[in-house]
Structure formats: structure tokens, C-alpha cells
Design a protein around this ligand. Structure first.
Ligand SMILES: *Cc1c(COP(=O)(O)O)cnc(C)c1O
Length: 434
């Protein structure tokens, strides 16, 4: 991109130079490299509440929130204090702790479909383990996923749709054997008929469906009425396992996750992001009869050296305590709506074709003429060049958005009226300049 408004803080640019000598692409996760927006990625030195501070001491209102976990904002006192307490007691014992029991109990209480839960260290590990478990439980191999949903970098899920609507997937990354993706069916998100047809043809082979109940990795696309309900019915009818990947939506869309918002009960749920309070953690859980198939109780193997890390559990528990306070989600949802309504008004006033999606504290912004975005093709057809300019204009005005047109945004409890005003002022300038 050749936009002259590129914001390139000096110290970040130097660090990025150096980083590229030692780290592939200069980053430890690809989206951080700003390839989706052009320009130099920022290097951050700190965060406080709703704000991030970069290495050049520029301050930004943060709508990434570490990609979701920081629902309380940066450095929330309850989380920091829980961590400090644990730090003085040790970093890990490679054995069980009382805190693990407490967080497991809390998760089972907040998400009633989870009767038993196991902690892991990332979202990828959670989805990988849940799929192995579903296969072990059903003694079937085939997995169904939806185009545009991301479930971490699990081999068999790095799949793109083949040419026909009902074909098996093809690898979406080098290094993924064809024989792995041959086990994965890929369907269009929100296409109820395609799902019914697939089950009519192959229902008896399908171990599980894995789905983001609100898709947050193709910008933000909520499920259409009947989509989640139909997959529940089909999984029950064909005795396949329904896995809701709530790594992003869990404790983010609502206290009980997307399953509580839409009233559809999965057999297994994967969690991550928010439950670690910002530390590396993931979890998978669900029906006791399925969870009891995992080692040491059952024949499905799963393990983790750092699983249930006392630090991650302390941060996660502190976070879960805070978000249970009365009115937490009402406030978060209301502030997110307020921000999005303000953006829409300003885009309309500037004559910019723009629409938004929201579920709880998650949101998506689309530069499109479409009034409602519910399908992957609609997301892909949005004006990405316009998003790139918008991203950099917002950055110039001290608002940090996810550096890709295909990522959801996150509001935290630390985003108050001042931060929303700053965001809307920045957006007004950005829309005028687009
Ligand atoms: C982020 C994410 C993952 C992967 O989690 P990692 O901790 O990055 O491995 C899986 N599923 C969904 C829905 C996600 O948003």
C-alpha cells in the first residue's frame, strides 16, 4: 500500500528490523506482522485499562485486547493481585492444586453444558483434544467444519473448501498431509441445507461438527436463526458430537458463552482466551460420559506438562470472579453498541458504505453496501483497500484496531465514555479522509 498517512513510530520500526533477523517475519504469530494492512507493526511496551502504549510512548485506545482475553482491560488490579499472590508461592508443581478444582467448578457452573472440564495451554490444544475425544468416543473419523471458521492451527482443520459445496477439504497450508484433510468436510457457514444434505449422505461416518457459534475469525458473523439448532438436531439424530469452539466467544458474548445467547447446547465446548485472563490457557469440557473417555479414565490420550499452570489459573479465576458481578455483560454490551452506533452515524454522514455486527462485547465492521453480513462470501467481498486506509487513519488518531479486515474487535470493561468519544472523533476524521 502506498498511503502516505502511514504511521511508523521510529522505535517500532527499528525493533521490527532487528526482529526480522531472528524471528521468521519478525513475529511470533503471523497476523501481528501487519501484512493485512501494510506498514510497520507496532511494538508495545505496556498497557493500562483501555490503553496500549507503544515503544515510542504513543497511547492508543485498544480494540484488540490481546485478541480477546483482556475483557477487563490491561492490568486489572484483581488479576494483577491474584498473580502476585501466586508468584510468591511458586510457578508450578507439575501436580494438582486446589485452585484448579475451583476454576473447574466455576467453569462448570457458568457453562452448564460442561459437566467436566480439562485445562490445556492454548485454544489450539483445546480444539485438537476435543476432536480426538469426539473421534474416540464415536469411533468415527470424519469431522465437519465451516468455511471461514478458525479453530487454531490443528492440521486436519487447516482446510479450505474444495470446488463443490459438499467436497472434502484440501490442505490450506503446506505441511498438512492430504490424508488428514481427507477426513474433514467443509461446509459454508450459515448454510442449513448443505448441512442437512451432508448428514443425509455421510451422517454415519461423522464423528463431530466443530463450529464457532458466532464466527469471529472472518470478521464477525453471527449464526442465522436455525443454523445452530439444525446442527444440534442432526448431531443428536446421527449420534455425532457437537463441539462449540467458544475459545473466542466464551465469557465474551455472555457469561454463559454463545450457547447461552442462542439457547443451543453442545456436547463439548472449547475455551481459551478470556479464561486465562491474558495468560496462556485453554480448556475443553462437556458431557461427563464423553469426558470420561480421556486418560486416565478412558482410552483417549491427552496430557500437558504445564496444563493447569497455577499462574494461568490464578489469573483466570480472578477474571471469572470479576465478570460474574451484576450488570457486567449488560454494561459491556451497551458500551459496545454505543460505540458501533456512533461509528455507523459517522460513516452514514460521510457517505461511506459501512455496516456492523455485534454479539455482546465482540464486534465486526464491514466496508460494504450490504445491509446484513451473514455469509463468508459477503465478508470476502468487502472493500479491503478501504479498510487498510481506515486502519491507518485510526492508528494516526490513536486507536488500535486488529490489523486485518477479517478479525473481530473487542471492547473491554475499561472502555468508558472518554475512550468511546476518542474513538468516534478518530472515526469521524478517518471517514472524512477515506
Ligand atoms: C484463537 C482461537 C483459537 C486458537 O487459540 P490459540 O490460543 O491461538 O491456539 C481456536 N478457536 C477459536 C475460535 C479462536 O478464536
Amino acid at each position: 500500500m502506498t498511503d502516505s498517512t502511514h504511521y511508523e513510530p521510529k522505535r517500532s520500526a527499528e525493533l521490527f528490523e532487528e526482529a526480522q533477523r531472528y524471528i521468521p517475519g519478525g513475529v511470533n504469530s503471523p497476523v501481528r506482522a501487519f501484512r493485512g494492512v501494510g506498514g510497520t507493526p507496532l511494538f508495545f511496551s505496556g498497557g493500562q485499562g483501555a490503553y496500549l502504549l507503544d515503544e515510542d510512548s504513543n497511547r492508543y485506545v485498544d480494540y484488540v485486547g490481546a485478541w480477546g482475553p483482556l475483557i477487563l482491560g490491561h492490568c486489572h488490579p484483581a488479576v494483577i493481585s491474584a498473580l502476585q499472590t501466586q508468584l510468591s508461592k511458586g510457578l508450578g508443581y507439575g501436580a494438582s492444586t486446589a485452585a484448579e478444582v475451583e476454576i473447574a467448578k466455576t467453569i462448570c457452573k457458568l457453562v452448564p453444558s460442561i459437566e467436566k472440564v480439562r485445562l490445556v495451554t492454548s485454544g489450539t490444544e483445546a480444539t485438537m483434544s476435543a476432536i480426538r475425544l469426539a473421534r474416540g468416543f464415536t469411533r468415527r473419523d470424519k469431522v465437519v467444519k465451516f468455511e471461514g471458521c478458525y479453530h487454531g492451527h490443528v492440521d486436519g482443520l487447516l482446510v479450505k473448501a474444495g470446488s463443490g459445496a459438499l467436497t472434502l477439504g484440501e490442505p490450506d497450508s503446506l505441511g498438512v498431509p492430504r490424508s488428514y484433510t481427507d477426513q474433514t468436510f467443509v461446509l459454508p457457514y450459515n448454510d442449513i441445507d448443505a448441512m442437512k444434505q451432508l448428514f443425509a449422505d455421510h451422517g454415519g461416518e461423522i464423528a463431530c461438527i466443530i463450529v464457532e457459534p458466532v464466527a469471529g475469525n472472518m470478521n464477525l458473523v453471527p449464526p442465522v436463526p436455525g443454523f445452530l439448532e439444525t446442527m444440534r438436531e442432526l448431531c443428536t439424530q446421527y449420534e455425532s458430537v457437537l463441539i462449540f469452539d467458544e475459545v473466542m466467544t466464551g465469557f465474551r458474548t455472555a457469561l454463559g458463552g454463545a450457547q447461552s445467547v442462542y439457547g443451543v447446547t453442545p456436547d463439548l465446548t472449547t475455551l481459551g482466551k478470556v479464561i486465562g485472563g491474558g495468560l496462556p490457557v485453554g480448556a475443553f469440557g462437556g458431557r461427563a460420559d464423553i469426558m470420561n473417555c480421556i486418560a486416565p479414565l478412558g482410552p483417549v490420550y491427552q496430557a500437558g506438562t504445564l496444563a493447569g499452570s497455577p499462574l494461568a489459573v490464578a489469573a483466570g479465576q480472578a477474571m471469572l470472579n470479576e465478570i460474574q458481578k451484576p450488570g457486567f455483560y449488560e454494561g459491556l454490551t451497551q458500551r459496545t453498541s454505543q460505540m458501533l452506533e456512533g461509528l455507523q452515524q459517522r460513516a452514514d454522514a460521510a457517505g461511506i458504505a459501512f455496516t456492523t455486527n455485534q454479539v455482546g462485547g465482540m464486534f465486526g465492521c464491514f466496508f460494504t453496501e450490504e445491509k446484513a453480513v451473514t455469509r463468508f462470501e459477503q465478508v470476502m467481498a468487502c472493500n479491503v483497500e478501504r479498510f487498510k486506509r481506515y486502519f491507518h487513519l485510526m492508528l494516526d488518531n490513536n486507536v488500535y484496531l486488529a490489523p486485518s479486515a477479517f478479525e473481530a474487535g473487542f471492547v473491554s470493561a475499561a472502555h468508558g465514555d472518554d475512550e468511546i468519544r476518542l474513538t468516534l472523533d478518530a472515526a469521524e476524521k478517518a471517514f472524512a479522509a477515506l
